[in-house]
Write a protein that binds this ligand. Structure first.
Ligand code: TPP
Length: 389
């Protein structure tokens, strides 16, 4: 194939063929991403990244494992609740536990996180009980937690929109003098998917954060699919390399490796809190279930792809490491299974007992202060409802 741009300055290298581009996009993670724990559960020594997780001893690894097991169990239970008609829809996180727990556990309480709609694992790390997610997917509220108190913004359904919110918030952190000190500095983290990188909002967020040195970690969970659109319909270069064009660093991490994700996110957050932000982190991972419970992935992807990713399961590799390398006894895993079962029961019982909100609910919590306009709308709507009785 000819190289169309090769005669021009700046295009000295021949363009890669489309086949080469796609092969590069789908290249095995190991070659291109930071990895500290192989899919076989072996610890890879890395002089650059090891110091960032030097404090992660056996107990801390067990704690990361526990987080992943419990959020997976909550996710599976919520998925089942949707299938049984208790929720309108559910957005599975299956397969993305390490990316979310690694990133979520890297945060400090003073950091601010802006999620999309799949970040149940990050919510967990911010102290939000999984029961609090159920109202959103049952259609009874928009999320009941306090974004400022928890450091976790409400879920965003509009793809990529949270990148603008996060950038604005991070600019505020910078202008308010919250950036610069390693001990007290604040950072923002923004979660989005590979498909979101094709949205204008994400590009605008990148540009604004770059030119204002906003302390925001753009954390892209590249789960290979945007509903039925594969990665090669979003980009012709690996996503982390995009950051360079905006003037900030980008890095790819094995998003199924919780330890590597923790190390890389800690580094990226530190860059931000000390004033060197923004940073793009591409967590290379895989969505092992449907996009949502309304989606059927068997219509657009082959089963062998899923089978290959099962071999890289984020939970299994840490379990193997805990057992084989660190000698963690079976009793620990038995105890965790009992804890998971109890969590699932609690979620189920909570869901069944959730009260049906009245029609006036939609008018509550619109503004922090009472609003005459909203009150008038509430009265009008209730009168309209009453007219049917
Ligand atoms: C602005 C906008 N366009 C389209 C949609 C419909 N939509 C919902 S999810 C989705 C794909 C998102 O894929 P990705 O960013 O890779 O995130 P993932 O769901 O895989 O985590 C689309 C197009 C939307 N919610 N918002």
């Amino acid at each position: 194939m000819s190289a169309p741009h090769s005669g021009f300055p700046g295009f000295a290298e021949p363009d890669p063929t489309p086949q080469q581009v796609i092969a590069g996009l789908r290249a095995t993670v190991e070659g291109d991403a930071v990895q500290l724990l192989t899919p076989e559960g072996e610890r890879v020594a890395d002089p650059h990244w090891d110091p960032l997780v030097a404090d992660v001893d056996t107990d801390a690894l067990k704690s990361l494992y526990r987080d992943m097991v419990l959020v997976r169990r909550a996710d599976r239970e919520a998925n089942a609740l949707q299938r049984q008609g208790q929720l309108g829809i559910w957005v599975p996180l299956l397969g993305q536990e390490a990316a979310q727990i690694g990133a979520g556990r890297a945060l400090r309480p003073t950091d601010m996180a802006f999620p999309s709609y799949r970040e149940h694992g990050v919510a967990w790390c911010r102290g939000i009980d999984p029961t609090e997610l159920l109202g959103i997917f049952r259609g009874t509220d928009h999320g009941s937690w306090d974004p400022i108190a928890t450091g976790f913004h409400l879920y965003t359904i509009v793809i990529g929109n949270q990148c603008l919110n996060a950038t604005g918030y991070a600019m505020g952190q910078r202008f308010d003098g919250k950036v610069g000190d390693r001990a007290t500095g604040e950072s923002t983290i923004c979660f989005f998917g590979d498909g979101a990188t094709s949205q204008g909002d994400v590009h605008e967020g990148f540009v604004w954060s770059a030119v204002y040195d906003a302390p925001v970690v753009f954390f892209c969970q590249n789960n290979q699919w945007a509903i039925s659109e594969p990665l090669e319909r979003q980009t012709r270069v690996p996503l982390y390399q995009r950051a360079r064009g905006y003037g900030f660093p980008g890095i790819r991490v094995d998003g199924n490796d919780v330890l590597a994700t923790l190390a890389v996110t800690r580094w990226a957050l530190e860059e931000c809190r000390t004033g060197n932000g923004p940073v793009l982190v591409e967590a290379f991972t895989y969505r092992m279930d449907a996009h949502t419970t309304s989606d059927d992935p068997t219509r657009y992807r082959l089963a062998d792809e899923l089978e290959l990713w099962k071999l890289k399961d984020p939970i299994e590799r840490l379990r193997v490491h805990l057992v084989r390398a660190l000698g963690v006894a079976p009793a620990y895993f038995d105890g965790l299974e009992a804890e998971s079962d109890a969590l699932a029961v609690r979620l189920r019982e909570f869901c069944a007992a959730m009260p049906q909100p009245g029609p006036e609910r939609i008018f509550s919590e619109v503004y922090a202060e009472p609003s005459a306009l909203v009150e008038a709308q509430r009265a009008e709507y209730l009168a309209y409802q009453a007219s049917f009785e």
